[in-house]
Design a protein around this ligand. Structure first.
Ligand code: MOS
Length: 713
């Protein structure tokens, strides 16, 4: 290893994406765009009933249609090995393990795959396929008092408890006891799921759009009982994932069809199909009880959350988990409950738990600030914990206060009159609000290879995924620094399961986990490179594995933090809310590439606007299916909804990470909807506890309370 200090410092400098030119010129091809000779196309047929049994699939007329090659369904599909726990510690969602039985557990369940020579032929035949069912009554409605609510087992603890909650509440000068709800939300990534499967000399190759090529490879190998070495998954460019792009019905259907037909088969999901096949954020019903002294200091905190899951898969949206990290109180209780309904399986969606949970707890804290006459920032800082409120573990670093201080200064918080409903500008009532954010900072074992090439450049190979985040570019900067060279001497190849095991792009852990592996490999490689000695023609390759290093990490509370600020204008005559400005200040570890990091944070905050004002997947409980499952019926924030947003950060450094990274993928959305909702209260004097803040809700509230101060439920 060289003894001189490194001359090159790329981490921390703003760089455009290394694949940016390819993306804007269309040279970067996405999963559904890559050509294959002899390609056939599959189209999934989804159930039109919500619960019951398939009686018959009338394939004969469809098999006579132009171009149709086969129709796969439970009567002819191969049996899969589905009884396993995958790489991420969870079993496969049965909705992805297609055609294994005749039961229909929800509307939009995959019942058949029609394969034809062209996508149009496949789709036309799929739409012509008649399926008859034995229909059963269904239940798709999540209610606070649902009789089937149960305590989930496995995964994170369902409950935590310390102190005497009722006694502390009884002794509190002020109590907030309210219910908060969030609706079903859809990932709505730009690129729908797509996969092409083919057999190539005894090896299964799948070109896919996913958040982890090695992850999907492992799942497919297990499902189809294949030697993992005989399965290769590639996923070069991905148009967004947000937690949804793991194992899904499209890959499994494509592999089944490619095997049956012995030719390449592509399955693309339509936007509508995503609503039942790609997971979603469960609706939540949350109850928060806060008790405080007259000074606003918390004496009691209880956060309970109920979410739905499907009949075939258990997924917990851990919304009460945020309270386990953020605020301490002598009496502290969190609890999760689930209800199994006849609905699709929910899944991870950007900041699972924190996004919805922070809405409830951060609005409740604003209510407590209002009722105790305490400034909302001061209120939060008075209950800053010295250690994990539940775990008792030390924080690796906790710079929430610094975020609030910097945010308050830049937002002009000190000029705010705390009284609601005072600022008016024509027909608009104006208000400002704030909320805190946190998200876990973790790392998971990964392997990386680096080759020193004879021309003095380096090739990094790692099964990382860049789902649009800029991860590939961040890894290029990290590798350049670790190799003491410039980024133009580094080529980072990702998205290929043949590169070995690596963390997925998930949990805000991707870049940190991969960076660790790359840093370790680079260190090893530099020790092997002898100055003044030529590199052999096939280069020098080293390989790293961070399993041992991560296993040696001490247990700590490891999180990013942030402070969200928002200003809104509310027209109580029309119910319209316009966001005027937002500011987010984050303490999220060392920032690798300020350009793409800012985009990540802005994207999360933009989603916060969308979550606060627009997003709501509505189910018709009579049919059990969605109303208008598409981007016309499901509203997401668009340019006109998004004002000037600023995201920035304070100095923060994970002391135990070789690069100092914490991860920034998810924290931008956390607390954003609460800050906006608190701003709407400040504008109007009316408290809203149900998302989204639809115009009808604003109107109804304005007319029922006439701007009176918040009612007590
Ligand atoms: Mo994220 S919800 O871990 O992709």
């Amino acid at each position: 290893m060289t003894s001189t200090p490194p001359a090159h410092r790329s981490v921390g400098t703003a760089r455009t994406r290394v694949e940016g030119r390819d993306k804007v010129t269309g040279a970067a091809r996405y999963a559904a765009e890559i050509p294959f000779t002899g390609l056939a196309h599959g189209w999934l047929v989804l159930s039109t009933i919500t619960r019951g049994r398939i009686r018959e699939i009338h394939t004969a007329p469809v098999l006579d249609m132009p171009g149709v090659l086969t129709v796969l369904h439970h009567g002819n599909a191969p049996r899969l090995h589905t009884d396993y726990v995958g790489l991420l510690g969870v079993p496969p969602d049965p909705a992805a393990c297609v055609f294994q039985h005749d039961r229909v557990p929800f509307a939009g369940w995959p019942v058949a795959l029609v394969v034809a020579g062209t996508p149009e032929q496949a789709r036309e035949a799929a739409e012509a396929l008649t399926v008859t069912y034995e229909e059963e009554p269904h239940d798709t409605a999540l209610t606070a008092d649902h009789p089937d609510a149960y305590v989930p087992e496995g995964g994170m603890p369902a409950e935590t408890s310390k102190g005497d909650l009722e006694a502390e509440l009884a002794a509190s000068a002020v109590v907030v006891d309210e219910e908060y709800t969030t609706p079903e939300e859809q990932h709505s990534m730009m690129e729908p799921h797509a996969a092409t499967a083919r057999w190539d000399e005894g090896r299964l190759e799948v070109v896919d759009s996913n958040q982890g090529a090695g992850w999907v490879q492992g799942e497919l190998a297990t499902l189809f009982s294949l030697d993992p070495a005989a399965v290769r998954v590639r996923s070069e460019h991905i148009g967004g994932g947000f937690g949804s792009k793991g194992l899904r019905a499209h890959q499994v259907g494509a592999v089944m069809a490619a095997t049956a037909l012995d030719r390449p088969v592509r399955v693309v999901l339509s936007r509508r199909q995503l609503f039942s096949l790609a997971g979603y954020r469960s609706p939540t019903i949350q109850r928060v009880r806060l008790g405080a002294g007259a000074d606003g200091r918390l004496r009691a905190l209880e956060h309970r959350s109920l979410n739905q899951t499907s009949q075939v898969y258990e997924f917990l949206e851990p919304s009460a988990g945020v309270a386990r990290v953020m605020y301490d109180a002598p009496a502290h209780r969190t609890a999760h409950r689930l209800v199994r309904l006849d609905v699709p399986s929910p899944t991870w969606m950007r900041a699972p738990g924190e996004a919805s949970g922070s809405f409830a707890i951060e609005v409740a804290l604003d209510e407590l600030a209002e009722r105790t006459g305490t400034d909302p920032i001061e209120l939060r800082l008075r209950s800053e914990p010295d250690a994990g409120p539940v775990s008792g573990l030390p924080f690796s670093s906790r710079n929430l206060a610094a975020c609030f201080r910097e945010g308050a200064r830049r937002f002009g918080w000190q000029d705010r009159d705390p009284r609601p409903g005072l600022r008016r500008e024509g027909r608009w009532l104006l208000g400002t609000g704030t909320a805190a954010a946190s998200f876990g900072a973790g790392a998971a074992p990964s392997t990386a290879q680096i080759t020193a090439e004879p021309d003095g450049s380096f090739t990094v190979r790692i099964a990382a995924a860049d789902i649009g985040t800029g991860a590939r570019t961040a890894l290029t900067l990290i590798a350049a620094d670790a190799l003491d060279t410039t980024p133009d001497h580094v080529r980072v190849r990702i998205g290929d399961s043949d590169f070995g095991p690596a963390m997925i792009a998930g949990g805000s852990m991707g870049t940190r986990s991969w960076a660790w592996a790359i840093t370790a490999a680079a260190q090893d490689l530099r020790e092997r490179l002898v100055p003044g000695t030529a590199v052999p023609p096939d280069g020098i390759t080293v390989r790293s594995d961070t399993t041992a290093a991560l296993g040696a990490l001490s247990r700590k509370e490891r999180h990013s933090f942030g402070a969200q600020f928002a200003e809104v204008a509310v027209d109580t005559a029309t119910g319209e809310i316009r966001v005027r400005r937002m500011l987010g200040i984050f303490a999220a570890g060392r920032i690798v590439n300020p350009l793409t990091a800012r985009s990540q944070l802005l994207g999360g905050m933009t989603w916060g606007i969308s979550m606060a004002l627009h997003e709501e997947a509505v189910r018709d409980h009579h049919t059990g299916a969605h109303y208008a499952p598409d981007l016309a019926g499901y509203h997401v924030a668009t340019h006109a909804d998004v004002p000037h947003i600023e995201a920035d950060w304070v100095d923060d450094h994970d002391p135990d990470d070789p690069v100092g990274i914490k991860g920034i993928g998810e924290i931008g959305i956390v607390g954003a909807a609460a800050a906006l909702t608190n701003a709407v209260w400040h504008a109007t004097g009316t408290r809203h506890r149900d998302l989204p803040l639809r115009p009808d809700r604003i109107l109804t509230a304005a007319h029922s309370t006439k701007g009176e101060p918040t009612k007590k439920a």
